[in-house]
Design a protein around this ligand. Structure first.
Ligand SMILES: [Zn+2]
Length: 171
């Protein structure tokens, strides 16, 4: 064991410490000090300050996580968007999807009745109603499953976000 001389990083007092010590308390100002060395040179750092810096780093890390979470969620939302008949993009809802399916079925039936009662031959026209219904129902199911998947993902996102904010508030 060799004694080395360091100066207190708080009050500047000279302190003798073992070159093996990691920590020392200043005899004069009672600061808790961490003994650091760089090559042959020994110096001290005030422990409270080290802790403060670590806290800041942790806070910044949490803030970054929060930002990343929000950014990822924004991207995810875009993948859930569906285009409605007006060309507007929106997140599908279960109700909206069901309503879309019902409108397609009712519209298709009306079309079939209307074209079936038309004079003349082409029996092909009523069949378009069936196609219309099929496309509408498939679209409705597709939007419906998107809507429920969106709800699941949103709940996960909300939970993660709440947790991060709680961690940030506790700092
Ligand atoms: Zn001191």
């Amino acid at each position: 064991m060799t004694l080395v001389s360091v100066s207190c990083n708080s009050c500047g007092a000279a302190l003798n410490v073992s070159n093996k010590s990691k920590f020392v308390t200043c005899n004069y100002c009672k600061s808790q000090l961490k003994v650091e060395s760089s090559g042959e040179t020994f110096y001290t750092e005030i422990l409270d300050e080290i802790k403060d810096v670590a806290d800041d780093v942790e806070t910044i890390k949490l803030q970054n996580q929060l930002e990343r979470l929000d950014r990822e969620w924004e991207m995810k939302c875009k993948s859930f968007m569906v285009r409605d008949n007006d060309g507007h993009e929106h997140i599908p809802t279960a109700g909206g999807s069901a309503a879309g399916g019902i409108i397609a079925v009712v519209g298709g039936i009306i079309w079939m009745i209307f074209t079936a009662s038309m004079p003349g031959d082409p029996a092909i026209f009523p069949l378009f109603g069936l196609v219309f219904i099929a496309v509408g129902v498939i679209g409705s199911f597709s939007n419906g499953s998107k809507a429920s998947e969106y709800q699941t993902q949103k709940q996960q996102y909300d939970a993660k976000r709440r947790q991060l904010i709680k961690q940030l508030k506790n700092r």
